[in-house]
Design a binder for this molecule. Structure first.
Ligand SMILES: *Cc1c(COP(=O)(O)O)cnc(C)c1O
Length: 232
């Protein structure tokens, strides 16, 4: 199928998931995860109507951004090193992957310099996998959120998680549910806007994530096909 056809198919599945749980499909934003993909693929997605793209590497993001139309919202979803923060501040709509106070402080510093307020999500390792960033210790996460909320040039918008890779997406339902429950818990609810963001769900499990309250789903393979990372 074409990239445009894939986007339609994914969007239809989001709409159906919303219907099943009585949500309005307009509450869910589909992020086209274009990492490793050539500009021609991004342009095809754009022509099909896509306006929200996500990349996981700063260098790739900053290379692609000037080559694409300006009415695109770019999201950074991958691990961010503090020394790269300065390249993306004010350019990305949202940074999904803030997992430490140190990183948030650098974002705050660079945003102040640039005269802007950078929107961010806190990345939470709900399943506690060693291979992922963030922690599953909710006390620590609440403390991080409290500290980040003090930074004037950073705006906390919500939470993000990368669920485990599983064959059966139902296995991840508990992690999505846990993340939403944490977001709406008394300990941290007050630090987020009235309509907070829950960035959860990828190609393998986005329907379950939508059923559990995702507001942003990050879909790569389901739109652009398999990624070729070459032989390492
Ligand atoms: C690559 C990536 C995705 C998309 O993964 P697919 O399984 O291809 O949909 C989503 N979120 C993050 C953080 C990623 O790095």
């Amino acid at each position: 199928m074409s990239i445009g056809g894939n986007i339609d198919a994914v969007q239809n599945r989001i709409n159906a998931a919303c219907m099943r749980v009585g949500r309005d499909a307009s509450e869910v934003t589909l992020l086209c995860v274009s990492k490793t993909k050539p500009l021609s693929d991004l342009q095809e997605a754009y022509k099909a109507g896509a306006r929200v793209f996500a990349e996981n590497k700063v260098q790739e993001l900053t290379q692609k951004m000037p080559e694409m139309p300006e009415d695109i919202d770019w999201h950074l979803i991958g691990h961010l090193q503090t020394n790269k923060v300065k390249y993306i501040i004010g350019k990305v709509a949202l940074i999904h992957s803030v997992d430490s106070l140190h990183l948030a402080e650098e974002i705050n510093k660079q945003a102040e310099k640039a005269g802007c307020v950078q929107k961010i999500l806190i990345e939470i390792n709900v399943a506690g996998e060693d291979s992922k960033f963030g922690t599953s210790d909710m006390e620590k996460n609440a403390e991080l959120i409290r500290n980040v909320s003090e930074l004037p040039n950073v705006k906390l918008m919500g939470l993000m998680t990368i669920a485990p890779y599983v064959e059966d997406p139902e296995e991840n339902r508990i992690y999505f549910r846990t993340l939403k429950e944490f977001l709406y818990s008394d300990a941290i609810r007050g630090y987020f806007p009235e309509r907070p963001i829950l960035s959860m769900g990828m190609t393998g499990d986005f329907e379950v994530a939508v059923e559990e309250g995702a507001t942003h789903v990050r879909v790569g393979t389901g739109i652009f096909g398999d990624r070729d990372y070459g032989i390492k």
